[in-house]
Design a protein around this ligand. Structure first.
Ligand code: FAD
Ligand code: SF4
Length: 261
């Protein structure tokens, strides 16, 4: 289905549905913190962050495409120092898989972290970019755009860069090829199969988020947000578009083997 936040989420990437779901869960005490990736608006540098207030969550909506931080390092801060016991983790498919493995592990060192995670929200992902390559080489050196002049980044066909003055520059993805993180070239998970809820733009109209509920926990946190009136929901979603992207990523040639997986 497709969803969007009823209340305005200024920096939302698509429908703001991910923020709305988490906002409601924090307000109700269903979760006591959100482990996610935020971006410094001055440098666009990503950082692993623990968010415990709904206001901060809204402030940090939006996607960070230059991702180089160990998302899960902040789990230590959340679980050990701040004693969070009911966390939501927002992450790309690789991070969702790591958290799922942590939750299923019987390892004594991992168990306290895994059992403190109540729900995993996965953001669909084709690839991410090295920070220095994207911000330093492509935006700054090649296109003369300083990071503090960027108001929004979005991937729709190419990388759309919107500046504070309202200009929109479209950079073809081929131009970003040298910045793609090496691990992303062999990754086959588009839709965050290990998450409780997957979220993406593919398949939904502009301004909406496509939502896939995968587990009872995902359905639980979703239905509480719906019951609380924080989400507008539509069935107008083109799931085959999402499925095609997932299939294309699964089938992409393995550069090490020179064959499809
Ligand atoms: C690197 C990246 C690549 C993506 N690629 C695709 C794609 O190819 N096709 C597609 O359809 N959708 C893709 N998405 C998903 C899409 O951009 C949106 O995240 C999704 O549609 C949810 O939108 P929303 O408005 O509901 O989220 P919002 O309400 O804006 O909330 C987004 C949440 O995600 C968190 N977040 C942002 N970046 C990261 C990150 N790097 N790691 C962990 N948490 C993060 C924020 O802190 C915030 O809590 C990608 C997202 C990212 C971050
Ligand atoms: S492409 Fe795969 S490895 Fe790269 S960030 Fe996305 S999910 Fe992680």
């Amino acid at each position: 289905m497709a969803a969007r936040a009823v209340e305005e989420v200024a920096h939302r990437q698509n429908g703001g549905a991910v923020t709305a779901i988490l906002h409601r869960a924090l307000d109700e005490g269903v979760i006591d913190g959100v482990v996610t990736v935020t971006g410094d608006p001055w440098t666009l540098e990503p950082g692993s962050t623990l968010i415990t207030s709904a206001g901060d969550l809204v402030q940090h909506a939006g996607s960070r495409f230059a991702w180089r931080v160990p998302l899960l390092s902040v789990l230590k801060e959340a679980v050990i120092r701040q004693s969070c016991r009911h966390l939501a983790v927002v992450g790309l498919p690789c991070a969702a898989t790591a958290v799922r493995k942590m939750k299923e592990s019987s390892n004594d060192l991992l168990r306290p972290f895994g059992s403190a995670v109540r729900v995993i929200i996965g953001l669909c992902c084709t690839e991410t970019f090295e920070y220095d390559g994207l911000v330093g080489e492509v935006l700054r050196a090649r296109h003369g755009i300083d990071p503090w002049a960027v108001s929004r980044l979005a991937v729709r066909g190419g990388l759309q860069v919107t500046t504070l003055s309202g200009e929109v520059l479209e950079i073809p993805l081929a131009e970003l090829d040298s910045c793609v993180r090496p691990g992303c070239r062999i990754c086959t998970d588009f839709s965050a199969r290990d998450a409780d809820i997957s979220a993406c733009s593919a398949g939904s109209p502009e301004g909406w988020t496509t939502i896939v509920l995968r587990t009872p926990e995902g359905e639980g946190i979703w239905s509480r947000a719906c019951a609380g009136g924080t989400l507008e929901v539509s069935e107008a979603v083109d799931l085959p578009v999402m499925e095609r992207l997932a299939r294309r990523k699964m089938d992409r040639p393995d550069p090490a083997q020179g064959r499809n997986r």
